[in-house]
Design a protein around this ligand. Structure first.
Ligand code: NZQ
Ligand code: ZN
Length: 381
């Protein structure tokens, strides 16, 4: 096992009705900005619950943070935070709203010329506005980690950033919020969490027994509850298990002391940046191709995955079964499942060219170059 430092300060308020308790966890006298997306929280009553709970505080609102949050939108919020002297941000939404709010928190005190360098050049974040979240979509784990992913419209880019200053002070996980989620977002969320685990698990063995067994437990829980959660919104036990599994999948615990891959995500982000597909959809497309193309490099862990998750010694059978699971969740695993992508070859060429130009080597062994990116994507038409 590698050396590691593990730190996760996020207070979790889990269960039905927990939104009502948030005021106890916000600093007294804080001026709060409530951030949210396109308005789903107004239709399902979450907004009303949050507003009621914020009664002891002065607060303003910033809405319209879009899916795959845009730098251009977030900078408008930054101006308001500065002008209004906001000193606490409360994100109410899915990964996009929480990520966007983390960016607002960091960009408010950013002193350089271009705040997007927080993402493109990992510019140092030395101060951030404190934030917290009320999660409305189990998927990304953003509610329990210190990272985010921000898109810039002007350059069609999508890049990640992180800082320990961006851990939410607390996150509310009320499984009842999932009742109004569209089926597609449920499926996307399960795929996202599943791939988060494999990015930290399907690499090479370092005898991290706790990390491996925890990872396998999360994968089992997603497999056991995924379909039920997607098909039966009323099943709160399934929703609870999925919600906690999603947070545990990307809160640093299973990454501690083990190698990490993240190539499926890096390639997926390019598909979203250039073709607009949902994050979970891009992962479902890339994952089977990446596992096959990188099969030799990932041999030992793929065999362990096949044995412990799918009761077979054959990694190919496990990859096929996983793809089938994604499809059963209603998430397409090939470009041909997404008619909105009209020029698939053009997209593959553009993504390959980006990786070639950047010259980056992806994966836990830095052995995934642009030619392999191309091979992976070609296999997913
Ligand atoms: O805009 P609103 O009205 O909130 O509607 C959203 C949005 O249209 C809707 N929704 C959310 N909760 C709902 C609901 N609709 C009905 N009922 C509810 N309870 O769902 C749509 C999608 O929301 P979004 O936040 O975009 O989805 P998700 O949580 O999957 O987040 C995706 C973003 O997170 C990033 C992705 O790249 C993407 O930009 N990621 C963040 C990570 C992190 N911070 O650690 C890691 C991930 O790998 C991922 O990259
Ligand atoms: Zn993800």
């Amino acid at each position: 096992m590698h050396h590691f430092k593990f730190y996760n300060p996020v207070k979790i308020l889990f269960g039905a009705g927990q939104i009502a308790n948030i005021s106890a966890h916000i600093p007294q006298g804080a001026k709060v900005m409530l951030t949210y997306g396109g308005g789903s929280i107004k239709k399902n009553g979450i907004y009303q619950q949050v507003v009621k709970a914020l009664a002891p505080f002065e607060f303003i609102e910033f809405s319209g943070i879009e899916a795959n949050p845009k730098f251009e939108t977030l900078m408008k919020a930054v101006e308001i935070v500065r002008k209004e002297n906001v000193d606490f941000l409360l994100a109410v939404g899915g990964g996009s709203v929480i990520d966007g709010t983390k960016f607002i928190a960091a960009a408010t005190y950013f002193e350089g010329e271009d705040a997007y360098t927080i993402c493109t050049e990992r510019a140092k974040i030395s101060k951030a506005v404190p934030l917290a979240s009320v999660l409305t979509l189990p998927a990304t784990g953003s509610e329990m980690n210190c990272g985010g992913v921000i898109s810039r419209l002007s350059s069609q880019e999508k890049f990640a950033f992180s800082s320990p200053l961006l851990y939410p002070r607390f996150s509310v996980l009320d499984p009842a919020v999932t009742l109004t989620l569209p089926k597609s977002q449920r499926g996307n969320g399960v795929v996202d969490a599943f791939v988060h685990v494999t990015e930290q698990y399907l690499t090479y063995p370092v005898q991290g027994d706790i990390q491996d067994r925890f990872s396998e437990a999360i994968l089992h829980v997603l497999l056991d509850n995924g379909k039920q959660y997607v098909e039966n919104p009323e099943d709160m036990e399934a929703a609870s298990n999925i919600m906690w599994a999603c947070s545990m999948a990307l809160n640093g615990l299973i990454a501690a002391g083990v190698p990490e891959d993240w190539a499926t995500h890096m390639i997926g982000h390019e598909i979203t940046a250039l073709a607009g597909l949902d994050h979970g959809q891009t992962l479902a497309i890339v994952w089977p191709g990446l596992q096959r193309v990188m099969g030799e490099s990932k041999q030992a862990k793929q065999r362990q995955y096949a044995q412990r998750l799918w009761n077979t010694d054959d990694p190919e059978k496990a990859i096929a079964a996983t793809e089938n699971f994604f499809r059963e969740l209603g998430v397409g695993t090939r470009f041909s499942d997404y008619p909105s992508v009209t020029d698939v070859q053009g997209l593959i060429d553009a993504i390959t060219a980006r990786f070639k130009e950047r010259g980056v080597l992806l994966g836990e062994k830095s052995d995934l170059d642009y030619a392999k990116v191309q091979e992976i994507l070609q296999s997913r038409k």
